[in-house]
Structures are given as structure tokens and as C-alpha cells.
Design a protein around this ligand. Structure first.
Ligand SMILES: Nc1ncnc2c1ncn2[C@@H]1O[C@H](COP(=O)(O)OP(=O)(O)OP(=O)(O)O)[C@@H](O)[C@H]1O
Ligand SMILES: [Mg+2]
Length: 339
């Protein structure tokens, strides 16, 4: 059960500037994250879902202060960390961890995996080398790399992709973090092992009361792990609410399109809610509602006025001038007729 608030993100923005120099071609401002607001409670999982380039990873890095935002605020456990210098962030770092998509890339190929798991304790001055080794053996066992003594001295190349991701999880969890951003943690792993890795994350979450931001483009994975889902489009959250409610009864036309396009989401009937074109270039975001050029329900107003993310009913937020009515998806799927 979710507890007190651990993280607040308020109006976060991060723009990247490309080109414009003597070599760089035309100057482009990439609006990777363009006004993101959400709250996360202890023990809760929020899934960030969206197409490639929608700003999910950038959002995750911002809240962990692996990137500094251009504007907005990040409140971690009641403390404003938005512009905290690295020296002041240091004591907070063990409490917030990131798990990346590619376990091979996040491990040193020459370092024995046991040492990689022990390392954060030593780096943060939380244990002696001996204590850290003992703790790492416990963690290896806990993530299913048994017997741990056998795994400790192996290098990443001697492990399967799934085993490497277990190492990465052990390395993050050895610090008993309070907040974890897991960025597509199972997308590079063999399908047969995904459920087990997800269960492992959920077990740690339960034991540590961990708050998790789970980044994925796969709505069925989001449904499995998340309490709430936030749908991102071109750097903004367009809809957010309880996972089941979002998937069964979406209000934003983009959410409906994602749900009906995902072959992995179980629906009573299969019928696709079509939207036009493709996600825009984040350096050329359309005016008004950024989704309007693709939206089947766009009104005149949507071309000029950007909708705010606002509560549509308790616990549910949507940024849309013409949202789908309550109960729309199931009716539309069973009608099979014109939309
Ligand atoms: N360091 C950077 N410099 C320039 N542009 C960047 C940088 N990091 C991200 N971007 C751009 O910002 C936008 C958002 O990127 P981000 O990685 O956050 O998206 P994402 O939703 O995680 O996508 P994916 O599903 O592909 O991982 C993209 O257009 C990306 O190219
Ligand atoms: Mg990403």
C-alpha cells in the first residue's frame, strides 16, 4: 500500500539545443520534457508509457538529478533538490537509483559481477570491503544467482542477459533505495524471463517500501507492474490515473489509440482506433494541443489552446479539450461500427 509522498515533480522542462554552431547545421531546440508534473508515494509504482522520443528517459533522469532541469521543481522526501549541487546530492544518491534497459552496457565488462554489486556500498562509504562482499553474496542469492560464491567472480560475458539484469538489480538494491527509476528493464531480455525479473522487482518493492517509476512502451507490462499509469506524448503527460482505469476506460484519444494498437493488451474485441501520421519531431512541436494534427476528435480550439492536465474525476487526470466520454472504449469495441 502506498505511503507518504516521496517524490514530487512540478512543471519539469528540459530542452536540448542541437546545431547552430559553425559546424552544427541549423539550430534546433528539442523539447524533450515540456512541463511534466506528478507525485509518487512510497511503495507505489508509476509507469511512464509513450512512444519513442516522448521524453520518458529524460523525465527519469531529471527526477534523479542525473540531468538538471531548465525549469520546474523536484521535491525528494520533502527537500527541494532541483538545483542542489553535486556535493549536497551525494548523501541522497544511495536513496535513489536508476536501472537501465541494457544490462550489458551498465556493467563494467572486466569487473567480476559480485564486485560490481558490492561496489556501491564501498563508494558511498556505507561498508568496509569485507562487509560489502558479504552483503553482495546475500544479494546475489536473493536475485536468484545461486550459489552466489559461484557467480561472484564471473564477468558479465559469462552470464546470460537475464542473469546480467539480475546483477544490475542487485547492485541497485544493495543500497536499499527509496526511489528507483527502472528504464525498460525487461525490454532487452528474453521474453521467457521477463515475468520473473518483474516479480523480483516487485518483491524488492514490497520489502523496502520502494517507490518506482517504471518506464516502458508496453502497456501490458505497465498493467502488470503499475499502480498508476502516465501516458506521455511529446514531452508531456496527456493522461494519468489508476492502471486498470486507464486501460479499460481511457479518456484521451491518444491513450485509446495506444491501447487498441497494442497486440499484447487483452481486449474483449480487437478493433483499432486509428490516428493519423506519426509522432512529431520534438524540435517542431505543433501549437495548441500538441496531439491535434493526429487527433480524430480535434476541435477548432485544439489548434490554438494547449489543454492543461486537469482532474476529470477523482484520481484521474487528462489533458484534452474533447475527451472520450466515460465507458467509451468498451462500447466502441463492441459496436464495431463507425466511431
Ligand atoms: N542528450 C541529449 N541531447 C539531445 N537530444 C536528446 C538528448 N537526450 C534526449 N534527447 C532527445 O529528446 C527526446 C526525448 O528523448 P528520451 O530519451 O527522453 O525519450 P524516450 O521516451 O525515453 O524514448 P525511447 O522510448 O526511444 O527510449 C528525443 O527526441 C531525444 O532524441
Ligand atoms: Mg528511453
Amino acid at each position: 500500500m502506498p505511503g507518504g509522498v516521496i517524490l514530487e515533480a512540478v512543471g519539469l522542462r528540459k530542452y536540448f539545443v542541437k546545431g547552430g554552431g559553425i559546424l552544427g547545421g541549423p539550430r534546433r531546440v528539442i523539447k524533450a520534457v515540456d512541463g511534466v508534473t506528478f507525485t509518487l508515494r512510497r511503495g507505489e509504482t508509476l509507469a511512464l508509457v509513450g512512444e519513442s522520443g516522448s521524453g520518458k528517459t529524460t523525465t527519469g533522469k531529471l527526477v534523479l538529478r542525473l540531468l538538471e532541469p531548465d525549469s520546474g521543481r523536484i521535491i525528494f522526501d520533502g527537500e527541494d533538490i532541483t538545483h542542489l549541487p553535486e556535493s549536497k546530492l551525494r548523501p541522497l544518491r544511495p536513496r535513489m537509483q536508476m536501472i537501465y534497459q541494457d544490462p550489458y552496457w551498465s556493467l563494467n565488462p572486466r569487473k567480476p559481477v559480485g564486485e560490481a554489486v558490492a561496489e556501491p556500498l564501498i563508494v558511498h562509504g556505507l561498508a568496509s570491503r569485507e562487509e560489502a562482499r558479504r552483503e553482495a553474496l546475500k544479494l546475489l542469492e536473493r536475485v536468484g544467482l545461486t550459489p552466489p560464491e559461484d557467480f561472484y567472480w564471473r564477468i558479465p560475458a559469462q552470464l546470460s542477459g537475464g542473469q546480467r539484469q539480475r546483477v544490475v538489480i542487485a547492485r541497485a538494491m544493495i543500497l536499499k533505495p527509496e526511489l528507483v527509476v527502472a528504464d525498460e528493464p525487461v525490454s532487452m531480455i528474453d521474453v521467457s524471463m521477463r515475468a520473473e525479473i518483474l516479480r523480483l522487482l516487485k518483491d524488492f518493492q514490497r520489502d523496502y517500501g520502494l517507490a518506482m517509476i517504471f518506464i516502458t512502451h508496453d502497456l501490458s507490462v505497465a498493467r502488470l507492474v503499475a499502480d498508476r499509469i502516465a501516458i506521455m506524448y511529446l514531452g508531456r503527460i496527456v493522461e494519468m490515473g489508476p492502471a486498470d482505469a486507464i486501460l479499460e476506460d481511457p479518456r484521451h484519444p491518444y491513450t485509446a489509440a495506444l491501447i487498441t494498437a497494442a497486440p499484447s493488451v487483452r481486449l474483449r474485441r480487437r478493433r483499432r482506433y486509428e490516428i493519423r501520421g506519426e509522432i512529431a519531431d520534438p524540435s517542431r512541436i505543433p501549437g495548441g494541443c500538441r496531439f491535434h494534427p493526429r487527433c480524430p476528435r480535434a476541435l477548432e480550439r485544439c489548434r490554438s489552446e494547449e489543454p492543461e492536465l486537469a482532474e476529470s474525476e477523482p484520481g484521474r487526470l487528462v489533458a484534452c479539450h474533447n475527451p472520450l466520454p466515460k465507458g467509451w472504449l468498451s462500447k466502441w469495441l463492441s459496436s464495431g461500427g463507425a466511431s
